[in-house]
Design a protein around this ligand. Sequence first.
Ligand SMILES: Nc1ncnc2c1ncn2[C@@H]1O[C@H](COP(=O)(O)OP(=O)(O)O)[C@@H](O)[C@H]1O
Ligand SMILES: O=C(O)C1=C[C@@H](OP(=O)(O)O)[C@@H](O)[C@H](O)C1
Ligand SMILES: [Mg+2]
Length: 266
Amino acid sequence: MIKEPDTLMLIGFMGAGKTTVGKEIARQHHSKFLDIDSEIERVAGQTISEIFETRGEVGFRQLETEVLNDVQTFNGIVATGGGVVERQENLEVLQHSPATVIYLHGNLESTIGRLILEGQRPLLQEKSTAEFFALWQKRDPKYQQIANFTVETVGKKPSRIAAEIIALFSANQDELALLQLRSQIDAFDRQIFQTIAERFQIVEDIARYKEKFGIATIQNNRMIQQRIALKSDFSANKDITDDMIDNIMTILMQAAIDKEVKQLNR
Ligand SMILES: Nc1ncnc2c1ncn2[C@@H]1O[C@H](COP(=O)(O)OP(=O)(O)O)[C@@H](O)[C@H]1O
Ligand SMILES: O=C(O)C1=C[C@@H](OP(=O)(O)O)[C@@H](O)[C@H](O)C1
Ligand SMILES: [Mg+2]
């Protein structure tokens, strides 16, 4: 669903590579490039860090919204700042943008590593890793909500990510529709595994309680009850069969038991 040929808005968390990939797309595709942060610096006559220092984040966000509105008619590749999704009015501008909105999705580990090397993001300086993770979790659904496409960046060089995005320009309507649907499936898959990762955090806490109170790792009754409850909750959904519940729960349970046992043996 490339809305207008050659106009893109890149969104994503700080350090995802919006600026780098945006420049690379422009270089490979011979289009114009504009970075909202650079434009804010030009308009304000101050660096991003100076703006945060003198006007606070509120002052910065005000400038960001103004520039975002101004660049809607820009004919080329636009890199936004990671916090563009902080304001509801910005989400609306991006949703109605004539440009195609592309979410550069990454992971927190690689992102933080890169940003620490660079050391230029004011928000990174003032936040702990836990706060940074919370910010990530808060923003991720918003990026997903407004993106026409989500492109995975983990383990890919900027030149490859740019080439993948450029390939979208030449895809026909059917191919684009398929790519769009696949990018939605990929996003759901990531959500599913994110949820499983969060489930494991709880497993860890449960293992600690079991150890403290001398409760056995395997509780057959509890495992049977979980399946009965799930089958009942999803009985009206024909895609979620009892077999599927059994298969998936077997994998999750076995992995949880392995984790608990490993924790106990430490
Ligand atoms: N795919 C990538 N692989 C390796 N390094 C990258 C990649 N994308 C960006 N970088 C590096 O990470 C840092 C942050 O990238 P940048 O484009 O400024 O991100 P953003 O604009 O999304 O905050 C830069 O040093 C850049 O060279
Ligand atoms: O995520 C954020 O809130 C910010 C991201 C930065 O842009 P990048 O995403 O290009 O790093 C920059 O706009 C500012 O430091 C705030
Ligand atoms: Mg940037």
